[in-house]
Design a protein around this ligand. Structure first.
Ligand SMILES: Cc1ncc(C[n+]2csc(CCOP(=O)(O)OP(=O)(O)O)c2C)c(N)n1
Ligand code: SF4
Length: 311
């Protein structure tokens, strides 16, 4: 473990260590699925023995974005749809950090959709949790990219005229190397999936179904769920992308018919991330920016070249 690799302490970590002293009680509405994400995340990090100071949690804006107020680690509450670029920059500067990005479906699949696509494509080594409640929660229930066709809200009183996007398919086709769906009503599975995603080398996307009982009265659709890994009806090979894509489409269609299929859809091991690929090509220094910053003897060749080119 180098000074810039925070990951590696092997002490036992208690779940409570992630509860901040300043705002220990979340202000989410009673029954909100966001509580389930927080609980699963705390449990996963404690099980993995990660210290709060090993972790950076970058969040977007929304009810979901409040996650890092209630989770004690390094945190960056960014702007709407921008958790991923911040998370990527932090991971690039200090690969020794455990980086988690999180936000809502409006945040990640709407305004931040471009960042989602390209972070997956570049296989940045991080976990991305999308709180998928099928509405804009914080701003009072407007239609979001995952709202079903026909869903009525204040912005769409005659019903949503658009079909929802397919988050799992989008993730797969963009290049995420770990793709899963879980649900707040299934805290044990959620914790296990977060643990796998965190341990995965590459971009791990979790579409996390979170009910919003305040603005989405159809929230009960998330109960009961089916775990595709436990069910005899499904046996796709999670290492086979074509099979994963078929399974993802099935799960996306089923959700709007009231059947919630959760579990792992795709796992790809051993693909280099964008920075690894750059290093492999000799196009990026081996030492991280954080290491070079603190090293008085570090050579900043590229920066000097850049300055000279502009003189
Ligand atoms: C650039 C920008 N546009 C719009 C907003 C207003 N805004 C804040 S949160 C939000 C939607 C939140 O919905 P979602 O991302 O699904 O998260 P949730 O609240 O459901 O967790 C919007 C539109 C903003 N903060 N910034
Ligand atoms: S508005 Fe919905 S998403 Fe936001 S805290 Fe309340 S229940 Fe949760």
């Amino acid at each position: 473990m180098s000074a810039f690799n925070a990951i590696g302490s092997d002490r036992e970590v208690e779940q409570d260590e992630f509860t901040p002293s300043i705002e220990p009680q979340p202000t989410w509405c009673p029954g909100c699925g966001d509580f389930g994400v927080l609980k699963a995340l705390k449990g996963a990090m404690a099980d993995l023995g990660r210290d709060p100071e090993e972790i950076l949690l970058a969040t977007g804006i929304g009810c979901s974005g409040k996650l890092n107020s209630y989770f004690d680690s390094y945190g960056f509450h960014t702007i709407h749809g921008r958790s991923l670029p911040v998370a990527r920059a932090a991971k690039l500067a200090n690969p020794g950090l455990e980086v988690i990005a999180a936000g809502g479906d409006g945040d990640g699949y709407g305004i931040g959709g471009n960042h989602f696509m390209h972070s997956a494509r570049e296989n940045h080594d991080m976990t991305y949790i999308v709180f998928d409640n099928e509405v804009f929660g914080l701003t009072k229930g407007q239609t979001s990219p995952t709202s079903p066709k026909g869903h009525k809200s204040k912005t769409q009183p005659k019903g949503n005229a658009k079909s929802p996007i397919r988050p799992l398919s989008l993730s797969l086709t963009s290049g995420a190397s770990y793709v899963a769906r879980t649900a707040a009503v299934n805290p044990n599975q959620a914790k296990e999936i977060i643990k796998e995603a965190v341990e995965h080398d590459g971009f791990a996307h979790i579409d996390f179904l979170t009910q919003c009982p305040t603005w989405n009265k159809d929230a009960r659709q998330y109960v009961p769920y089916i775990d595709i890994q436990d069910s005899d009806d499904y046996d796709h090979d999670i290492h086979d992308k074509e099979q994963a894509e078929k399974m993802a489409r099935k799960a996306e269609d089923a959700l709007y018919e009231g059947e919630v299929l959760t579990g792992r859809f795709f796992v790809e091991e051993g693909r280099r991330s964008y920075p690894e690929e750059k290093k492999h090509r000799g196009d990026m220094p081996e030492d991280s920016l954080a290491e070079r910053y603190w090293d008085e003897d570090a050579e900043w060749e590229r920066s000097y070249d850049f300055i000279e080119r502009h003189e």
